[in-house]
Design a protein around this ligand. Structure first.
Ligand SMILES: Cc1cc2nc3c(=O)[nH]c(=O)nc-3n(C[C@H](O)[C@H](O)[C@H](O)COP(=O)(O)OP(=O)(O)OC[C@H]3O[C@@H](n4cnc5c(N)ncnc54)[C@H](O)[C@@H]3O)c2cc1C
Length: 343
């Protein structure tokens, strides 16, 4: 059995951000990823501009947007800013770049390495290999094994459905149609040569099959031919119940740090991955960024709870939100998880 200072389960943005920071401080780090390639993930790839801070090259951006179109049942608004509010990334490219950066820092990455068993001091993969650890980081997404092994349930979960297809749209669009999507929304997020069109909603209020039908109905109204294409769907865990558990940590979706309101989780994954690394390096480290992130997460959860209080309540809450955005009472930044620059 080979021993590592830190074993990280999951090679998504949370795991790779954590691994890079630890390895740069001379720690022996292993990332175990079940897939054969790092990067590809069902995702619309929309992230606040602050999410990929200094050190991330601009070539990673697919598109940058200074304008956001937001529609609800009764209102429409176009928000404009001098600087890009949100950008899009291709998850394959982002993952490859983050993995190369991690390896350059000295991280060992094993692909095709599904972790099946976790004990107090070691993990075992499907191939039967065992790796010992001083610290374990669960960066294994919304169905996290590390989380389950810690005995933490997951009750608040959303579902996202995405079509990545050819298309050319000038701006990003958010469609908060409560009749079709309940407290969720459909999006159009343009990339360089393709467009992400999809829908997100809390799973308890919208079953995936019904949500897909609603997306098709909405698509037909907007002359978007979706039905003939292949959708991809995945869960988004937003049931946050802590991130530090002695020598074990949960980051990103494994910790339930995605926004329950919007489903946005890349920024939270990167920030929590880096902050977990800083805490591993210094047990006395007080993470201001995690405090901010958790506060924002709770704010989004509260709005979602209000919007989940029945059809009329949902409609009124989302209309109030769009009204606030339209009149400037609520800044668009309130909808994003990004707060300040991750270093
Ligand atoms: C349809 C859809 C659209 C989305 N759109 C956006 C968006 O526009 N913007 C945004 O910010 N977020 C979006 N999200 C959410 C975003 O994808 C996640 O929040 C983000 O990927 C979380 O990163 P992570 O590193 O925590 O986990 P992940 O990216 O899920 O990475 C976890 C990794 O762990 C691996 N893994 C899991 N179990 C094991 C195991 N047992 N052993 C080894 N490896 C394992 C997985 O293969 C995966 O590579 C979207 C999600 C969906 C479903």
């Amino acid at each position: 059995m080979k021993n590592f200072h830190t074993v990280i389960v999951g090679g998504g943005p949370g795991g790779l951000a954590c691994a890079t920071l630890l390895a740069r401080q001379g720690k022996d780090v292993l990332v175990l990823e079940r897939n054969s390639t790092i990067g590809p993930k069902v995702c619309a790839g929309g992230i606040p501009s602050v999410a990929l801070g200094p050190g991330f090259p601009e070539t990673l951006w697919e598109r940058s947007f200074t304008r956001q179109h937001i529609s609800s049942n009764w209102q429409h608004t176009m928000l404009q800013d001098a600087n890009p509010i949100i950008r899009t990334v291709d998850r394959g490219r982002l993952g490859r770049w983050m993995a190369e950066r991690a390896v350059a820092a000295g991280v060992s990455i094993a692909t095709n390495a599904l972790v099946l068993e976790i004990t107090e001091d070691r993990v075992r993969t499907r191939g039967g290999e065992e790796f010992g650890y001083d610290f374990l980081v669960g960066a294994d997404g919304s169905s996290s094994l590390v989380r389950r092994q810690l005995g933490i349930p997951t009750k608040k979960i959303g579902v996202g459905i995405n079509y990545q297809m050819p298309g050319n749209f000038p701006d990003m669009q958010w469609h908060l149609n409560t009749d079709l999507f309940g407290n969720g929304y459909a999006w159009i997020f343009p990339h360089q040569d393709t467009v992400s069109i999809g829908v997100y909603a809390r799973r308890s209020t919208s079953k995936p099959g019904i949500l897909l039908n609603s997306l098709h109905q909405w698509g037909a109204r907007h002359t978007l031919e979706l039905k003939s294409r292949q959708p991809q769907a995945a869960l988004i865990n937003f049931d946050f119940r802590g991130w530090r558990f002695d020598n074990r940590f949960l980051v990103g979706d494994a910790a339930g740090l995605a926004s329950g309101l919007t489903g946005e989780g890349i920024y939270s994954a990167i920030v929590s991955g880096e902050e977990a690394a800083r805490t591993i390096l210094d047990a006395g480290y007080e993470s201001r960024k995690m405090a901010q992130l958790i506060k924002k997460h709770h704010q989004h959860a509260r709005i979602l709870e209000l919007a989940s209080g029945g059809k009329l309540a949902g409609k009124l809450v989302l209309e109030a939100l769009v009204f606030g955005l339209r009149t400037g009472l609520i800044p668009f930044s309130a909808l994003k998880m990004g707060i300040d620059q991750p270093s």
